[in-house]
Each structure stands twice: as structure tokens, then as C-alpha cells.
Design a protein around this ligand. Sequence first.
Ligand SMILES: [Zn+2]
Length: 184
Amino acid sequence: MESQAATMSSIPDPIGLSSWLALNSESLKPPVNAMYLYSGKDFILMAVGGPNTRNDYHINETEANHFSYQVSYDFPGITLCLYPLSIFHLSSPIYLVANTPHSPRRSKDTIGLVMERTRPPQMIDRVRWYCGNTEAHGGVPTIIREESFYCEDIETQLKEVIDNWMEDENSRRCGSCGVISPAH
Ligand SMILES: [Zn+2]
């Protein structure tokens, strides 16, 4: 009985998403607008609000699941751009294979839920920007900049990398064609 009581007391309360959002949705701030609902030993669960201000592609070595919780009726809602370019409108959950460059573009009044793995040791996240001047590169995807890091806290680390891109115009200059990419 004692061990059963101990086990039960270690189970956290369920997360009431509506009440969580009522308390926290104002804190979902650009550029990424992400906040942990839960960060555990095996998984993290984040709420991500819209509109966001980012044009990077994020690459995880681990798998992820993306859900739309609340989508306004204004098109396009949440879209997930994958590279090479394919675009999904997140009206249903999407499972993202590891190492897929993905760029979530979130509209006003949308909330996405993203479940990812707590990063195992050696698993490195990358954030990448491609040159939008595709004509100059004959349609070949051309990377302008890529940052990599071990992701312990996605809320702060991703924001830091993206803020740096937005603030530093030189870092947005394509080394091949010279065009400066927009900040977001
Ligand atoms: Zn270029």
C-alpha cells in the first residue's frame, strides 16, 4: 500500500489546456511564441501561438508531432513549410520525421501544440536559413546561414538564435548571390 501511495503521489495533475492558455497565452511572444506546458524526462510539450515572426527552418534529429488546438477562421491558420518546399495547412495533426527542415508559419489567433523528445545526449538541433533568390541559384537550395546547438531549453535558445539573425543584417547576406534576406 505504501509503495502504491508513493507512486500515485508522484503523478502530476493533468494539464487543463483551456485554463493554462487563459493564464499564459499573453506570454507567447515573437519570434517563436513558444512556452512549455510540460518538460519531462522523455518528452516536452509546447504551446506555440501566432502570429510568429520567423523564416528559419528548424531541423531536429528527433521526431515531433504538431497539432492545431485553436485556429481562427482567417486563412491560412498554421502552415508548416517543409524543405524542399511543400506546404501543409495544419487542420489535422502532423507527425514530422526526424531531420525534416520545417518552418512553422503561424497566423493571428492560432495555437499549435508541439510534442518533441527531450533531446538525448549527442542529438544536435540546427536552425537554417535558405536564400530566397532562387533564380540566382538555378533552383538549387542555397543555405545562407546555419546554427547548431544542443537544445536544453527551446524557449530561450531558439529565440536567441533567431533574434541574432534578425538583428544582424550581415548574417542575412547570401555568400553566393549577395542578396540580403528579410529579417522575418
Ligand atoms: Zn543567394
